[in-house]
Design a protein around this ligand. Structure first.
Ligand SMILES: N[C@@H](CCC(=O)N[C@@H](CS)C(=O)NCC(=O)O)C(=O)O
Length: 219
């Protein structure tokens, strides 16, 4: 039995949902309400001690990290295959997942502006302290602290946007050969990229997705 703990707007959750759909796998979806901080609850942290979504549970065993979950699903349910045939291309695929994951801070700069920030700004200092106590990682405590008290500035947003556009440049170059990020077929590298590219297209830098800028990525 497969259970996916996820949130609808979460890019990392989207990756795993895409992978499950590609493989036509049945699963039970458990929505984690990020606005209610369910991801930091003790019950959820027993499943994923990192206190983030998604988390895949297969036959009672949890798998963390969306890129790893996609690889796990592909190894366990190989049809249709979502990893390239050669070790070299599989290494390239994993590095794409890493490059994209490394952009998380740039995405976080925009992420919660219209949603979680509105919740977090209403907290008193005491409430904020309680929230921070339950967050397992320093990086995430900082992210919550920022949205609650020091929202990202226009300069920080511009810098984050420029970094995300650089990633689009790299993708565009990589896709020149076959139209896919790695090898000649759709793979977990593309699945990992899709939710990020969608966010850039829909809200962060729609201009960059015009045919004269990044035509292959936009396609
Ligand atoms: N590297 C992790 C990132 C997970 C992640 O950042 N999840 C976000 C949603 S996309 C989250 O749970 N944010 C809530 C929080 O940090 O409190 C993965 O790929 O699974």
């Amino acid at each position: 039995m497969i259970i996916l703990h996820h949130a609808w707007q979460s890019s990392a959750s989207r990756r795993v949902r895409l992978c499950l759909e590609e493989k036509n796998l049945e699963y039970e979806g458990h929505v984690v309400d990020l606005g209610k901080l369910e991801q930091h609850s003790d019950a959820y942290k027993q499943i994923n001690p990192l206190g983030v979504v998604p988390c895949l549970v297969h036959d009672g065993r949890p798998v963390h990290e969306s890129g790893t979950m996609c690889e796990y699903l592909d190894e366990t349910f190989p049809d249709p295959p979502l990893r390239p045939d050669t070790p070299y291309e599989r290494a390239e695929m994993r590095n794409w997942v890493r490059h994209i994951d490394a952009q998380i801070q740039n995405l976080v700069t925009f992420n919660w502006k219209h949603s979680l920030q509105l919740v977090a700004q209403k907290w008193s200092d005491a409430e904020l302290e309680e929230v921070l106590k339950k967050i397992p990682s320093k990086e995430r405590r900082e992210a919550w602290m920022r949205v609650a008290r020091r929202p990202y500035t226009k300069e920080e947003e511009d810098e984050a946007r420029a970094n995300l556009v650089k990633l689009l440049d790299r993708m565009e170059a990589a896709m020149e050969k076959s139209g896919w990020l790695v090898g000649n077929a759709y793979s977990i590298a593309d699945i990992a990229a899709v939710p990020f590219v969608k966010r850039i297209e829909e809200e962060i830098a729609p201009d960059e997705m015009q045919p004269n800028k990044h035509p292959r990525v936009a396609h």
